[in-house]
Design a protein around this ligand. Structure first.
Ligand code: C5P
Length: 285
């Protein structure tokens, strides 16, 4: 049995996010296109002989108990496969928390991949994704990573080609937003519906220009009402020359896409003076 496994847990951005309707189970039917970016947490997993789950992190704001998606994933694996061993996890957090970047979901997915290796479970990614759906709607996507079209409550995944490589500038406003709060505040009559399926075609055609014209997020308006800074940051990004700028997930993080590095640097430097948490990264293959 291998003693230690290290897993990378990349963040995602939503190039398109549409809300179709509210379902009877309380979740919302979605159509989304997501892609992984080179901003990642790192998880180190060690098997323990005792039956316990221990999480440590460099980030003092991260819950280390059942509220943590990685904890939930480890518990689910133990219960599903009747594993009496325990696990010690060190989560080196780089992805902002409650930011719309699926940091918690990606940690859960990395836990599933890591335990699959550590405990030699022999599960396929598809099987891990089915397990992941019990932890959270974004976890199945995070099991695969890359670029994908997601439907259902976000758990049905169709993998797409990588998007044309570009630079991503991210700005995380200080206050986080809870996904549940944003969904429950949605006003359906005024929802903006982005052309998510056209985004899928633009990616299949590797048409970067079209992609930047099609970015859209049905949750953006509701989150802007709660945090007007989102709109201000978006406008600043466009002013500094971003090819497009959009809120990711339920926010509050806003991302800008830039084909040219010099342009991305200008957006990064321009926003750095305005906000504390600004990142410049690449998309991930
Ligand atoms: O699945 P997850 O735990 O990540 O979802 C967090 C919350 O976001 C849910 O409790 C629900 O309120 C909302 N949500 C939703 N529709 C989805 C995904 C999430 O209403 N498709």
């Amino acid at each position: 049995m291998s003693k230690e496994v290290i897993e990378k847990a990349p963040a995602k951005i939503n190039l398109s996010l549409d809300v179709l309707h509210k379902r009877e189970d309380g979740f919302h039917e979605l159509e989304m296109v997501m892609t992984s970016i080179d901003l990642a947490d790192h998880l180190t997993l060690k098997s323990l002989p005792e039956d316990k789950i221990v999480i440590q992190s460099n980030n003092g704001f991260l819950p280390l108990d059942q509220r943590n998606h990685a904890y939930k994933a480890a518990l689910l694996v133990k219960e599903t496969f009747g594993i009496q061993l325990g696990v010690e996890m060190l989560i080196k957090k780089k992805i902002p928390i409650a930011a719309g970047l699926a940091g918690g979901s990606s940690d859960a997915a990395a836990t599933l991949r890591g335990l699959n290796q550590l405990w030699k479970l022999g599960l396929s990614l598809d099987e891990l994704a089915v397990l992941g759906a019990q932890v959270g709607s974004d976890v199945p996507y995070c099991v695969y990573g890359g670029t994908a079209f997601a439907t259902g409550r976000g758990e049905k995944i169709e993998r797409l080609s990588d998007i044309p490589q570009c630079w991503v500038v991210l700005v995380k406003p200080k206050k986080g937003i809870s996904t549940g709060t944003v969904f429950s505040a949605l006003s359906y009559e005024s929802l903006q519906h982005p052309a998510t399926r056209s985004m899928v075609s633009a990616i299949e055609n590797q048409d970067y220009l079209k992609m930047t014209q099609l970015t859209g997020n049905a949750l953006e308006e509701t989150s802007i009402i709660r945090q007007p800074a989102i709109e201000k940051i978006k406008q600043k990004m466009l002013l500094f020359g971003a090819d497009t700028a959009l809120m990711s997930g339920s926010g509050p993080t806003i991302f800008a896409l830039c084909h040219k590095y010099s342009r991305a640097q200008r957006v990064y430097n321009g926003l750095k003076g305005f906000c504390n948490e600004v990142y410049l990264v690449r998309t991930l293959k």
